[in-house]
Design a protein around this ligand. Structure first.
Ligand code: BES
Ligand code: ZN
Length: 450
């Protein structure tokens, strides 16, 4: 029997890889991180392999297939978001540190701590009992944070090996107050970049201002044209396909609102004094059940110290739309493009580059597997889980349903104040250790369903 692994030491090792998928210079770090995972998975007794793709490698690991057992696929990702802005971090993002029950590092909660909890849970069960109650497949990718551009093809190619009964995923968060939650809906996403071109070169803003369209002004106007004064999106047809909430969902949202401590708690988490958004919906509804348009980045013109009187030749904005069931990302991107073109004044050229896209995902928390997942959360964390619709996206969920025909159950382990994608990302050590316990109960409960 192999000796037990020290969970926090393993997590710290994992967190030291700067596996930033969006920055090409980190490709070697992604490869090294995938290799580290393969070694770990094989050391605990699984058949593990690394598969190269046109992007970051995919790590697979599985138990032998026993036809008498159900098959569970556990998905996660080893890539992380860029740590920027670096000056926001108390200590360097890839030098993990534990303080007051939290481990701080980029990727601690999203998603290394969460996927590692499952791996260590499996390691423990295998060490203690020699087998798992289900057939298990780990599918761990390195491109989730950039929209999983190569995973769909991988799933199609490896469809037979990946045949399973359901997917279990910890890449979401607990409910406010760090209460366990089964997330049954995530929003979809559709990304686009708009670039506005004006004069052939940057111009003197005194000599030409007043005579030439300013691309930065146009970008500002285009962004402003997305919403009305009440926070509704003005793109024609944008809301046409939105699936309304069912009665039980409204009840779940109220229970969540109470547990969440209302808007005050959300203000605190966001570090704002006022919450804003579409009129007619509660904050919980606006985050979990309504589509939005966000500006993720904007630029153009002089960015250095002091002033420079320039009329920039071009300006850009990066946008993402968060979508809900049954909005089609391709339809939304087309409608947005048509609308933005109609809003573009003469004298400039608008280029639109569509980015990654993924549909929203919903599963049924009252299905037998939904109940199994809820039992696992309750057993590991000692409280009845809330039912959550969350605002983030995991675009591959819709693809898992399409290609493998399976539902995904989302057992989030991140603490709500884990600051994912922000400086000082952290994961509560108790959530990480609880996740290890949860994995064992989960596999036992899922083994019973059929
Ligand atoms: N783990 C998150 C998604 C998430 C976090 C959902 C918390 C619900 C609660 C995931 O890594 C993520 O950030 N996804 C991206 C997807 C995008 C880059 C295609 C997102 O939501 O922005
Ligand atoms: Zn993320």
């Amino acid at each position: 029997m192999s000796s037990p692994l020290d969970p926090l030491q393993k997590l710290a090792e994992f967190l030291r890889f700067p596996s930033i998928s969006t920055q090409p210079e980190h490709a070697p770090d992604l490869i090294a991180c995938a290799e580290w995972l393969r070694e770990l998975l094989s050391s605990i007794g699984l058949e593990a392999s690394v598969h190269s793709t046109l992007g970051s490698p995919v790590v697979l690991a599985c138990t032998p297939r026993d036809p008498a057992k159900r098959t569970v696929l556990i998905y996660g990702h080893y890539d992380v978001q860029p740590p920027d802005p670096l000056e926001g971090w108390t200590t360097p993002p890839f030098e993990p540190r534990i303080e007051e029950g939290r481990i701080y590092a980029r990727g601690s909660a999203d998603n290394k701590g969460q996927i590692l909890a499952h791996i260590l849970g499996v390691a423990q069960t295998l060490r203690e009992t020699g087998e798992l109650p289900v057939n298990l497949i780990f599918l761990i990718e390195g491109e989730e944070e950039i929209g999983s551009p190569h995973l769909e093809e991988f799933l199609r190619e490896h469809r037979d090996e990946l045949t399973c009964d359901l997917a279990a995923i910890s890449d979401t968060a607990m409910a406010p107050g760090n209460r366990p939650a089964l997330t049954y809906a995530l929003r979809g996403i559709a990304a686009m970049e708009l670039i506005v071109y004006g004069p052939a070169r940057d111009l003197h803003s005194g000599l030409f201002g007043g005579a030439v369209a300013n691309p930065a002004t146009v970008v500002g106007r285009l962004i402003a044209s997305l919403h009305d004064a009440e926070g509704r999106i003005l793109i024609p047809g944008f809301y046409d396909a939105v699936r309304p909430l069912e009665g039980w969902e409204r009840e779940a949202a109220v229970a969540l609102e109470e547990a969440a401590g209302g808007d005050e708690a959300i203000k605190e988490l966001a570090g704002v004094t006022e919450l804003v958004g579409e009129k007619g919906f509660t904050t919980i509804e606006r985050i979990g059940a309504r589509p939005t348009a966000e500006v993720n980045g904007i630029g153009g013109g002089y960015q250095g110290a002091g002033t420079k009187t320039v009329l920039p030749k071009e300006a850009f904005a990066k946008l993402t739309f968060r979508l809900v069931a049954d909005q089609d990302p391709a339809v939304i991107l087309n409608a947005a493009e048509e609308y933005l073109r109609s809003q573009t004044p003469p004298g400039v050229l608008l280029e639109i580059i569509s980015g990654h896209a993924g549909a929203a995902y919903q599963s049924d928390p009252t299905s037998p597997d939904g109940f199994a997942a809820r039992k696992a959360l309750a057993g590991a964390f000692g409280a009845e889980p809330l039912l959550l619709r969350d605002g983030g996206s995991i675009p591959i969920l819709a693809t898992l349903k399409e290609i493998l025909g399976v539902d995904s159950y989302l057992l989030g382990l991140a603490n709500p104040d884990s600051r994912i994608h922000s400086p000082d990302e952290n994961m509560l050590v108790e959530n990480f250790l609880g996740g290890i316990r949860m994995n064992r109960i989960l596999l036992e409960e899922l083994a019973k369903d059929s």
